[in-house]
Design a protein around this ligand. Structure first.
Ligand code: OOG
Ligand code: NI
Length: 445
C-alpha cells in the first residue's frame, strides 16, 4: 500500500504555491494580504467573543489560509481537464452561474471542497468560467477564436500524466504530489507573450475584452486571489493609505450584526505590458485584487429575501450612501441568530455543549427545548459559494463600461455540464446535508 498524501494536504500545498506565485507576479496582492491579516488580528483582539466563537467552531485556523482564485477557460476539453486536476485536490464543481445576463459572455462554477472536515482544513476555491464562443456575433472571428483555442494546451505533459496516475492509483505519494503541484501551477502562470498578433488581439478585444483575455494566451492565468477579511469596511477604508485604489462599491449585503452570504470589494485591474507574437508591444488588463467577508449561508427562503431586497436597493454611486441605503432596505432581513434560525432563513450547525454531553438528548425532546436548556448550541454555517450579481459587478469594474447584454440570458447549465463532463453539485443540498448531519451527530432525530 502506497503512502498517499490526503487531498486536503495536496490542496494546501497547491494553494500556498499559488499564493507565492501570485505574490511574485502581482506585488499589490502581497500588500493587500498583509493589510487583511493586520485587520483580522485587530478585529479578533477587539472582539474576544468573535474569537472564542471561531475557535470553538474550529474555524480560526482556516482564516489565515483562506483564499479564492478565479480563472477563465476557452474549451470543453480545458474545463473537463481542470475538473480532473481539481479532483486531485479534493475540489468539486459546485453551483452554476450564468453571467451572460450581466453582459459577460461566460458561464461558471466554483471548484471547492465540500465536506465539513475538508472545509475546516482549507476551503480553497476557484471560480472557473467557460467562455461562450457562441456569443461572438461575427462568424469569421468566432471560427478564428475556436481555431486558436484548439491549437493550445494549457496543461503540461507532466501535469496530465500525474492526473492520470492519480486516477489509476487513487492517490499520490509526497514526492509525486510535490511534482503535481509544480506542474499544475504552470497552467495558472502569467504569460507576457500572447499567442496571437496584435490585429487578432484587437479584433477579439473589440468583441469583448474578456474574449481576448481567454483566447490570446498560452494558459489561463489566475486573475485574482482573494483573502477573507473579518472587517471589509475597515480594509476598504485603509486601502488608499497603502497605495491601493478600491472599486467604489462594496458588493453584496450591508454590514450587519450577523453577517450573511458574501461582501466583496476589489482594486482595479492592472494595465500590464505584453508582447504580441508579431513583435509589437502592447498592454493587457486582466489581473486585479479582491477581498471578501463571508457570513451565514442562506436557505432558499433566505436567499429569495436577499435577492428581493438587493434588487429593491439598486446600486448607488458612492459607497457611504449605498451602504446606508442598503442597511435601511435590509431592515426587513432579521439580524439576530435566533430569528434567522426560527424563520429558517439561514443554515445552522448544531453542537452538544458540555451540559448536553452530560445530559444527551432523549427521545421526544425537541430542538427548541434543547437549545433553551443550553444543551445544544447553534452556529450559522459559513457561505462557501459566490453571488452572481456581485461577480458581475467585479467583472464589470474591471472591464470598463463597454459591457452590454450578450444574450437573451438563455442560461445553459446543460451545455456547461456537458463541457465539464459532470453535473455541478447543488450548493443548497450541500448546506442542508451539513445541517442535517450536525443534528444527527447530536443524536437528534
Ligand atoms: C471572476 C469574477 C467572479 C467573485 O469573487 O465573484 C469572482 C472573474 O473575473 O473571472 O471571482
Ligand atoms: Ni473573486
Amino acid at each position: 500500500m502506497e503512502n498517499f498524501l490526503t487531498s486536503d494536504a495536496i490542496r494546501t500545498l497547491f494553494s500556498q504555491a499559488m499564493s507565492s506565485m501570485y505574490q511574485q507576479e502581482v506585488p499589490q496582492y502581497g500588500t493587500l494580504t498583509q493589510l487583511v491579516t493586520a485587520v483580522n488580528e485587530r478585529t479578533l483582539e477587539a472582539q474576544p467573543a468573535l474569537k472564542n466563537r471561531l475557535a470553538a467552531a474550529d474555524e480560526l485556523d482556516r482564516l489565515s489560509v483562506e483564499r479564492h482564485g478565479a480563472i477563465r477557460v476557452g474549451t470543453a476539453e480545458e474545463l473537463s481537464t481542470l475538473r480532473q486536476m481539481f479532483a486531485v485536490m479534493g475540489m468539486e464543481p459546485v453551483g452554476y452561474y450564468d453571467l451572460s445576463q450581466a453582459g459577460v459572455p461566460v458561464h461558471s462554477t466554483a471548484f471547492r471542497p465540500v465536506t465539513d472536515s475538508a472545509l475546516r482544513r482549507n476551503p480553497f476555491r476557484v471560480f472557473t468560467s467557460l467562455l461562450r464562443l457562441e456569443l461572438i456575433d461575427d462568424a469569421a472571428l468566432r471560427e478564428k477564436a475556436a481555431t486558436i483555442l484548439a491549437a493550445r494546451d494549457i496543461f503540461t505533459p507532466g501535469c496530465r500524466a500525474l492526473i492520470a496516475q492519480h486516477q489509476q492509483q487513487g492517490g499520490l505519494n509526497a514526492a509525486d504530489a510535490a511534482r503535481f503541484v509544480k506542474e499544475a501551477l504552470e497552467t495558472f502562470r502569467w504569460h507576457a507573450h500572447t499567442t496571437v498578433d496584435s490585429l487578432t488581439y484587437r479584433a477579439l478585444s473589440q468583441q469583448h475584452r474578456l474574449i481576448a483575455d481567454v483566447v490570446c494566451f498560452q494558459g489561463c492565468h489566475i486573475n485574482h486571489l482573494t483573502p477573507r477579511t473579518l472587517d471589509i469596511d475597515r480594509v476598504q477604508t485603509l486601502m488608499p493609505a497603502r497605495g491601493i485604489d478600491p472599486k467604489t462599491l462594496i458588493e453584496g449585503p450591508p454590514r450587519r450584526e450577523v453577517p450573511i452570504l458574501l461582501r466583496q470589494t476589489s482594486f482595479k485591474a492592472l494595465e500590464e505590458a505584453v508582447h504580441f507574437n508579431d513583435g509589437t508591444p502592447g498592454t493587457h488588463t486582466a489581473r486585479f485584487g479582491e477581498i471578501e467577508q463571508r457570513g451565514a449561508a442562506l436557505t432558499p427562503k433566505g436567499r429569495t429575501l436577499y435577492d428581493r431586497l438587493l434588487a429593491e436597493a439598486g446600486t448607488g454611486s458612492d459607497n457611504q450612501h449605498h451602504q446606508q441605503h442598503l442597511s435601511a432596505v435590509f431592515r426587513d432581513f432579521p439580524d439576530d441568530e435566533e430569528a434567522l434560525r426560527e424563520q429558517e432563513l439561514a443554515w445552522f450547525r448544531y453542537r452538544l455543549t458540555a451540559k448536553g454531553i452530560q445530559h444527551p438528548p432523549q427521545m421526544g425532546e425537541t430542538l427548541a427545548q434543547l437549545l433553551a436548556e443550553g444543551r445544544v448550541q447553534a452556529e450559522p454555517i459559513v457561505y462557501e459559494d459566490f453571488l452572481p450579481v456581485s461577480a458581475a459587478g467585479i467583472f464589470q469594474s474591471n472591464l470598463g463600461d463597454e459591457t452590454h447584454a450578450r444574450s437573451a440570458g438563455n442560461a445553459s447549465r446543460a451545455d456547461f455540464e456537458a463541457a465539464l463532463g459532470a453535473a455541478v453539485q447543488d450548493e443548497m443540498a450541500l448546506y442542508q446535508q451539513m445541517q442535517q448531519r450536525s443534528l444527527a451527530r447530536c443524536g437528534i432525530r
